[in-house]
Design a protein. Structure first.
Lengths: 241, 327
């Protein structure tokens, strides 16, 4: 009997007007697997992920989670299924504190839906587990470096016990050191048996951490290959064909 | 809860609020010395100030909430007047004033809903939507009243209603209690309630809030609706106090309200602001207005001084944000 994958995308389509942004994409993600989703700008990789994270409804195809067919109509649906997305600088509010960002949209509440501040402040321990030296949960996110911001977004995913974390260009706009920190976070997720999809057009960042690569070109999935069967050069060839 | 209130107040006094508080104190000292026979601190002047300030202040609390959520409302003066007019008309038709008040609050809710739906469902900037509604409601008021003043002598017929809204407790205008109560309630909600967290998130980064599953359109509509209800309350309060309705009631209030919110540290771009700041902003504006009057400065100066103050405050806010590394 074969193992049931964590996520299965079957024949996913997405149109934007006349543009066929995602054209019949099929792939599966195993538990605890780190997969690099690569492609040039406009290849459709972010769109396919936005379908999975509930940001855009798909125009065709089906999604299975642990073998069960599911409907993902909103980011809340996706998160309820354990799918967290870490958007580059998009999913944090700079003017809000770390704690408020961590629980944005999923605030722990007490009587009459007033915030449970004590529970919110617990987030600091998850941040420390990740190796982030943030002193106070009340610190405004705007004061953090790019890498630390990614750390907060990742801690958010970990706190809510995500099964799959999707990183959309996590290393873009980061310094080399900060990018390395983020890659370390991703390795850390694997230790926790959390699956990762890492979207990027920078093969040099994704290559060391990913075990498998999905390559997209013009809305189509053109390659699904294990790392031992390919190289950066081969992947690059595939993307620029 | 008691502890929470103290914490809200204590926490609310950040560098920005300290600056506004110092401005308030500075104005009090200044006007004490410049006012004719030092009348600025006389009970008569203070009584006037604390009677009038809540009518603006209650609206400013709602305006601040909405601005933190990233939207504007220029129709607050017209909506408060429309609600006052409906209140007075219902009273004239022998509707019990308490029932009429409930109906008028519902009208306020509906006007907020119109502003909110038009803004979020059609993606029209709230500045445009509410400017249109400001003119539309004001126009409707002129059409309905032909500019004639209507008497509203509820004090004689229903003293309980009058005293509950604009009477006095221990020599202090009841309006002030309402204003403080609403300020504390909204401050608690913004700082300590799930809704408040979502308002800040929506105004601070709408896309991020959406990606985290917050229904940002709904949050904005709630803010518009709450503001509409507060406008209705303030409008009825004024009509009750002056025992009548005139067609110009509340005109110019929209800019005063936004000015108070901005002086109180609310950002024009959403995501920043506090209710405590708004409360202090109201005091600055009202002290300025009445301080100039009792100092016998011609009334036109108020607008000029207010304008300059807004610019100064905006610059100081920007500099403070820069110093904190959040330009």
């Amino acid at each position: 009997m074969t193992k049931t994958p964590l996520i299965e995308m079957r024949n996913i389509h997405k149109w934007f007007g006349k543009v066929h942004a995602v054209d019949g994409v099929n792939f599966a993600i195993e538990k605890g697997e780190i997969v690099g989703l690569v492609g040039d700008n406009g290849a459709g990789k972010s769109t396919v992920i936005k379908v999975l994270s509930g940001y855009h409804p798909s125009d065709g195809g089906e999604i299975l989670i642990e073998g069960q067919k599911v409907q993902i109509k909103s980011p809340s649906d996706a998160r309820a299924f354990g799918i967290e997305t870490v958007y580059q600088e998009q999913a944090l509010v700079e003017l809000m504190s770390v704690a408020r960002n961590m629980f944005m949209g999923r605030e722990p509440v007490k009587f009459a839906r007033f915030l449970d501040r004590r529970k919110m402040n617990e987030c600091i321990s998850v941040l420390h587990d990740l190796g982030l030296s943030i002193d106070s949960p009340d610190l405004e996110v705007g004061h953090l470096s790019g890498g630390e911001k990614q750390g907060v977004a990742i801690a958010r995913a970990m706190y809510f016990k995500a099964k799959l974390v999707i990183f959309d260009e996590p290393t873009r706009n980061l310094s080399i050191k900060e990018a390395q920190t983020v890659l370390d976070f991703i390795e850390g997720l694997k230790q926790e048996n959390i699956s990762v999809i890492f979207i990027t057009h920078n093969l040099y960042h994704v290559y060391p951490v990913a075990e498998r690569f999905l390559a997209m070109r013009k809305g189509k999935l053109v390659d699904d290959v294990m790392k031992e069967n390919t190289s950066i050069e081969q992947l690059t060839q595939e993307l620029v064909k | 809860m008691k502890e929470s209130i103290i914490r809200v107040l204590g926490k609310g006094i950040s560098a920005r609020e300290t600056f506004i508080l110092l401005t308030v104190i500075g104005l009090v000292v200044l006007f004490y010395f410049t006012s004719f026979k030092h009348r600025f601190l006389s009970s008569g002047v203070q009584d006037t100030i604390f009677t009038v300030a809540p009518e603006l202040g209650i609206i400013v609390v709602g305006v601040t909430l909405l601005m933190i959520g990233g939207e504007f409302d220029l129709s607050v003066g017209s909506v408060s007047a429309l609600c006052a007019l409906i209140m007075v008309e219902l009273y004239g038709r022998d509707v019990d004033p308490f029932l009429a008040l409930v109906m008028v609050l519902a009208v306020g809710l509906a006007t907020g809903m119109i502003n909110g739906l038009a803004t979020v469902k059609f993606g029209i900037p709230s500045f445009i939507v509410t400017m249109g509604m400001m003119m539309a409601w004001r126009g409707a008021i002129y059409v309905a009243t032909a500019g004639v003043t209507i008497r509203f002598n509820v004090m004689k017929t229903h003293p309980a209603f009058y005293y509950l809204l604009v009477g006095k407790i221990g020599g202090i205008p009841v309006q002030l209690f309402w204003f403080v109560l609403i300020t504390v309630a909204f401050a608690l909600v913004l700082n300590y309630h799930e809704f408040g967290n979502r308002v800040y998130a929506t105004g601070g980064n709408k896309e991020a809030a959406k990606a985290m599953g917050i229904k940002t359109d709904q949050i904005k509509i709630y803010c518009f609706v709450l503001l509409g209800i507060l406008c209705a309350l303030a409008g009825v309060m004024r009509a009750t106090r002056i025992r009548g309705f005139y067609a110009q009631q509340g005109s110019g209030m929209e800019l005063m309200a936004i000015a108070a919110a901005v002086v109180g540290g609310t950002s024009l771009f959403g995501g920043t602001g506090t209710i405590i700041g708004a409360f202090l902003g109201v005091l600055v504006i009202i002290f300025l207005e009445y301080g100039l009057i009792v100092s016998r400065v011609p009334g036109f100066w108020f607008r000029a001084v207010l304008g300059v103050l807004i610019v100064i405050v905006a610059v100081v806010n920007k500099l403070m944000a820069k110093r904190r590394g959040l330009s």
